[in-house]
Design a protein around this ligand. Structure first.
Ligand code: PEP
Ligand code: MG
Length: 576
């Protein structure tokens, strides 16, 4: 039995067979091949070489066609290299001796050969290193085509399995929906990355940032995945298996017990009503929001609608989806305008050509939309039109200066006028709010509050930007700290600013859905929480056993704490 540790996402337990998959265009990954699968891996290797040769032969001119002489001779040279038994022998030895996958063995051998050739004095022979690199790449390409990747597999291929990948983009994660997987593990990534957020909302237990996952876990291994503790047990013994099966049943029973709170009011012991809203990533999740009796949708992340497709959704398609969500929700729905960029790329981040140096600080969210009205305007129109079907709010992500808000206001007026002229039905007074997730906006929240109808604190980004920790970088995960004094102070500033301006303030970052933070947030004055609907009843339970008067009396001590340990201790006391 092997135990590995990473960062847990979601609190469930998954038990299933492992399936190691490749990520396209992510380079060659190394993984271990089971002893009884070595022969099959060697067959894959020779099959890859055969396929690469055939693909080159296909490039030969058909009758009547000719190729420039140098191209023809290059083609012949590559075909000859692919027919040379040496191309198979050495990588095959690496597969056998190191028990690694064929792609890795080939690329390791190719690198070695390239280095050898670059040391050759004769310039003509030295230039041959390029040909070796190209031939190796062609074979690796052929191998990866036959390897298991997401997207290319028919629906249901990975049903019931635990997927293991070096990395998964949010777009990949959505793709996993086709496969009703039991859980997933990635070597990279952080707990508030959008991949992790999606896993939570799709109720898939996952572990991210588990270094060596690809190296140590093999397709076919039986795995126990503990999403709460971030632990993987590979090939568990019977005792561990039974213990985890019991724990899994206990979690199910605890959730069933919470169901009794479904129709209970979210009111504190001293009578303060609290609004509990849902975060929705995919339109079908509205059903869960309704079944948990949420007060509405506090954040609908529209960008996922734009992923995994060749053409972007037009106004009409967006209108149909948004109005369906508004209709099905029966309660207010906050539709967030596109927050593309950073780790949420339309193309799944696969074509990142390195031009963007730091995408989280780059052309993202509202900035991107204001520079691309062809993308933005149809969405604004669709949201306005959806407002005819029920209470709707529009929310813009990542506001960072007032100029942006002024530009937005002009644009919204334009859209309203156009819709009116065209006789479209919509709510002209639909509230327009902004997300406070950049420290600059939090510090000047009083100014922003005068320009917006409501504010929503996005702690995922607010923490990323304030503490200077990339939310998708597993190496700096350990610095993620919602209780950092700067974060508590910024949250308080935003809540106070909203109160003074008389506008609602909610929070829709992951912090809002963690019951460990419910009381400190109530103490800071928060009364509107938006979260993964699966966390809603647990947070409601906390609210119902909390006394605001008592919590507020403890706040000065917490905000005045100097040592992090002291502060954490005081928050823990608050939770008791
Ligand atoms: C946030 O940043 O807290 C947030 C809710 O937005 P997202 O996670 O989509 O960036
Ligand atoms: Mg954000």
């Amino acid at each position: 039995m092997l135990a590995l540790h990473g960062t847990g996402v979601g609190h469930g337990i998954a038990i299933g067979k492992a399936r190691v998959i490749n990520r396209p265009n992510k380079g060659v990954e190394q993984y271990t091949v089971a002893a009884d699968a070595i022969e099959a891996e060697l067959d894959r290797l020779s099959g890859g070489i055969r396929k690469a040769r055939e693909s080159l032969l296909d490039l030969r001119p058909h009758s009547g066609e000719t190729l420039p002489e140098e191209v023809a001779s290059l083609l012949e040279a590559h075909v000859t290299m692919l027919e040379d038994p040496a191309l198979l022998d050495e990588p095959a030895r690496i597969v056998r001796e190191q028990r690694v996958n064929a792609e890795y063995a080939l690329s390791a051998w190719g690198r070695r050969m390239e280095i050898m050739f670059t040391r050759i004095q004769d310039p003509y022979l030295r230039s041959k290193s390029v040909d070796i690199g190209q031939v190796v790449q062609r074979v690796i390409g052929a191998l990866m085509d036959s390897a298991e990747t997401l997207g290319r597999q028919p629906e249901g291929t990975f049903d019931g399995e635990i997927i293991i990948a070096a990395d998964l983009t949010p777009a990949d994660t959505i793709e996993l929906k086709k496969h009703r997987i039991t859980g997933f593990i990635t070597s990279l990534g952080g707990p508030i990355s959008h991949t992790a957020i999606l896993a939570r909302s799709m109720k898939i237990p996952a572990i991210v940032g588990l270094h060596g996952a690809i190296r140590f876990l093999r397709t076919g291994d039986l795995l126990i995945l503990d999403g709460k503790r971030g632990v993987i047990l590979a090939s568990p013994d019977q005792k561990a298996l039974e213990a985890y099966q019991r724990r899994r049943e206990k979690i199910v029973r605890r959730h069933q017990a919470l169901e009794t709170l479904r129709d209970a009011d979210a009111v504190t012991l001293d009578g303060a009503p609290v609004t509990l809203l849902s975060n929705v990533e995919l339109p079908e999740e509205v059903d869960l929001s309704v079944s948990q009796n949420a007060d509405g949708v506090g954040l609908y992340r529209t960008e996922f609608l734009f992923m995994n497709r060749a053409e972007l959704p037009n106004e009409e398609e967006q209108y149909v989806i948004y109005s369906d969500i508004v209709t099905r929700s029966h309660r207010p729905v906050t539709i967030r305008t596109l927050d593309l960029g950073a780790d949420k790329q339309v193309d799944g981040g696969r074509t990142n050509d390195g031009r963007t140096i730091n995408p989280a600080l780059g052309m993202r969210a509202l900035r991107l939309c204001l520079h691309n009205l062809g993308l933005f305007k149809p969405q604004l129109r669709a949201i306005f039109r959806a407002s005819a079907h029920g209470p709707t709010r529009m929310m813009v992500p990542m506001v960072s200066n007032v100029d942006e808000l002024n530009q937005l206001r002009v644009l919204l007026d334009e859209v309203r006028n156009e819709l009116t002229d065209q006789g479209q039905v919509f709510d002209p007074a639909m509230p327009v709010g902004g997300m406070i997730e950049v420290p600059a906006a939090a510090v000047s929240a009083d100014i922003f509050a005068r320009k917006l109808d409501f504010l929503s604190i996005g702690t995922n980004d607010l923490i990323q930007y304030t503490l200077a920790i990339d939310r998708v970088d597993d190496e700096v995960n350990y610095l993620y700290d919602p209780l950092h004094p700067s974060i508590l102070r910024l949250i308080k500033m935003v809540i106070d600013a909203g109160r003074s301006a008389g506008i609602p303030v909610s929070m829709c970052g992951e912090m809002a859905g963690d019951p460990e933070y419910t009381r400190i947030l109530l103490a800071l004055g928060l009364r509107e929480f938006s979260m993964d609907p699966a966390s809603l009843l647990e947070v409601k339970q906390r609210v119902r056993i909390s006394d605001i008067g008592h919590l507020e009396s403890r706040l000065p001590g917490i905000l005045g704490a100097v040592e992090p340990e002291e502060l954490r201790g005081l928050v823990q006391q608050l939770n008791q």
